[in-house]
Design a protein around this ligand. Structure first.
Ligand code: GLN
Length: 547
């Protein structure tokens, strides 16, 4: 059975629990252990699929088709372990399961309560796959003391109690604020936050303390004494230039050693940190920089495109260049000439998105990239809009559009080049959807195969003609227009295995113009950059040399 590490946070939110968890996962792997990371979120939404990217950041999609919290993206980027549907759960999902069971009569008429029914549901979730790995790292979202998080804290307390001694440990992240006036790091908020944990029956084994200043020995001793942890288990987390330095930084501070000590694993296997040393080397030793514009809708919140930003960074690492990303609001082009805003960028990326707002601007960005021969990557909606642009401005289908923007449109005035897909094949099964289905889970979600055209640019980039990538969309390019668009030079170079769904389009006579229906960014890692992003950044480097 796996050893469990529960990761909680206190004092303030956004301390980087997800990053600490992911980095610890990577360090345990470096010592030869297998790991799986899980996220338990206290909010009441059943899944993050329908939460606004403005509020919640990106929705991360797993191979098995779950729409999850963006922290699962961090986990994958650091450990390379593909996340699963069962690696993320919210209070909403837990309650919805409990209520469903109650309606079905599974509880035989008993009074349903938070303890034990909700906590049991959480414990069942924690136990899934317990025999598969050496370490299970479970991060609890939010901060200790939040009302909505309580059932999760109670459940992990019970869970550790149910297990043999030494099978579970608790790691708590806190903040040591710095008071400039007295020139001191303050430990009181950490003490209070640990008290809060203790009051619900959880005694942390390890404290990870975020601090902008070095933590003096004296303060470390004080924290250890007042919080009842060993001094070596008070681990400092300083600000880093890049998140990818976190595994090495946490190793230097002794986090993985403290964890192995807490489990009494001795002698500790020696770590092999070579992949992280290589990653750090690629971050610090770059030669030049490129500027890439992301033309999107959710540009106020960078987390909305988290994986894309990271994948571009990985692409930069593959080419040893720094990638400067600039966010351009697509709606600006409604009134202004895109050239004014896009001139000077070495590449343009139009990411995924939902709804009509900003789409005309993104179409203009695609046109600008095509005409000016600037590298363009269109992801999901960014691909669909590139097809609409091609249809309107090259193939002469002046009224080309998407059913997403105008369901009721009179087809005589509007050509749905992008249509709502209601039936498709997944594995050997047919999946059907109605427009009136629930908003959640009505999309083509998760990993699907695609076949690439021999000799196409994408086949060359992937080094293969058969790929698997993750999807999250309702609409598809209609193959009815394929012949006409291909005659104009827009190649349908990737298709679903049954040939019905276009997966990739590319302009054959353009230095780099590729649209993909899927989300390659979700599979990119710092130690294994996604080939499309590596090659996109390479093309951007080439553009930068021309100017
Ligand atoms: N809104 C589009 C669709 O549903 C694209 C989705 C996306 O970009 N992820 O097909």
């Amino acid at each position: 059975m796996a050893r469990y590490i529960f990761i909680t946070g206190g004092v303030v939110s956004s301390l980087g629990k997800g990053l600490a968890s992911a980095a610890l996962g990577a360090l345990l792997q470096a010592r030869g252990f297998s790991v799986r990371l899980r996220k338990l979120d206290p909010y009441l939404n059943v899944d993050p699929g329908t939460m606004s990217p403005f509020e919640h950041g990106e929705v991360f999609v797993t191979d098995d088709g779950a729409e999850t919290d963006l922290d699962l993206g961090h986990y994958e980027r650091f450990t390379g372990v593909p996340a699963r549907m069962t690696d993320s759960v919210s209070s909403g999902r837990i309650y919805s399961n409990v209520l469903e069971k109650e309606r079905r009569g599974d509880y035989l008429g008993k009074t349903i309560q938070v303890v034990p029914h909700v906590t049991n549901e959480i414990k069942d979730f924690l136990a899934i796959g317990e025999d598969e790995v050496d370490f299970m790292l479970c991060e609890i979202g939010g901060t200790v003391g939040d009302i909505e998080g309580l059932p999760f804290f109670e459940a992990i307390r019970q869970f550790s109690h149910d297990q043999p001694r030494g099978q579970c440990i608790f790691m708590h992240l806190t903040l040591l604020p710095y008071l400039a006036a007295s020139g001191e790091l303050k430990t009181k908020p950490t003490q209070h936050s640990v008290k809060e944990l203790q009051s619900i029956g959880i005694a942390p084994d390890i404290l990870v303390c975020r601090s902008e200043h070095p933590i003096p020995e004296k303060e470390r001793e004080k924290i250890a004494l007042f919080c009842n942890v060993r001094k070596e288990a008070v681990v400092a987390a300083y600000d880093l230039k890049s998140i990818y330095e976190a595994p090495l930084a946490y190793h230097r501070e002794g986090l993985d050693q403290a964890v192995l000590d807490a489990f009494q694993i001795s002698p500790a296997p020696r770590p092999d940190l070579s992949i992280w040393q290589d990653v750090a080397d690629r971050i610090h030793n770059t030669d030049g920089a490129v500027s890439i514009a992301i033309v999107g809708k959710y540009t106020q919140l960078e987390d909305a495109y988290k994986s894309i930003k990271e994948a571009l960074t990985h692409g930069g690492m593959a080419n040893r260049v720094k990638v400067n990303v600039e966010w351009v609001d697509a709606e600006v082009f409604d009134l202004e000439d895109p050239a004014q805003h896009l001139e000077g960028f070495h590449a343009i990326l139009v990411p995924g998105g939902f709804g009509e707002r900003g789409t005309e601007g993104k179409i203009k960005a695609a046109q600008f990239a095509r005409e000016r021969k600037i590298p363009y990557m269109g992801i999901c909606l960014g691909m669909q809009l590139a097809v609409i642009e091609a249809a309107r401005n090259v193939a002469g289908i002046k009224t080309a559009g998407s059913e997403e923007f105008d369901h009721e449109a009179d087809v005589r005035r509007f050509e749905p080049v992008i249509y709502h897909l209601k039936e498709w094949v997944q594995g050997n099964e047919k999946v059907k959807r109605k427009v009136t289905d629930d908003k959640g889970g009505t999309m083509r979600l998760g990993a699907y195969d695609a076949i690439l055209k021999e000799g196409s640019r994408v086949a060359e980039i992937y080094g293969s003609t058969s790929i698997e990538e993750r999807h999250r969309h309702r609409y598809e390019v209609d193959t009815k227009y394929r012949e006409k668009l291909e005659e104009c030079g827009l190649d349908f170079s990737g298709m679903s295995p049954d040939g019905r769904l276009p997966e990739i389009v590319e302009w054959a006579d353009h230095p780099w113009f590729i649209g993909v229906q899927f989300h390659p960014e979700l599979k990119s890692k710092p130690f294994a950059p996604h080939p499309l992003f590596s090659d996109f950044v390479r093309a951007a480097v080439e553009t930068s040399r021309l100017v």
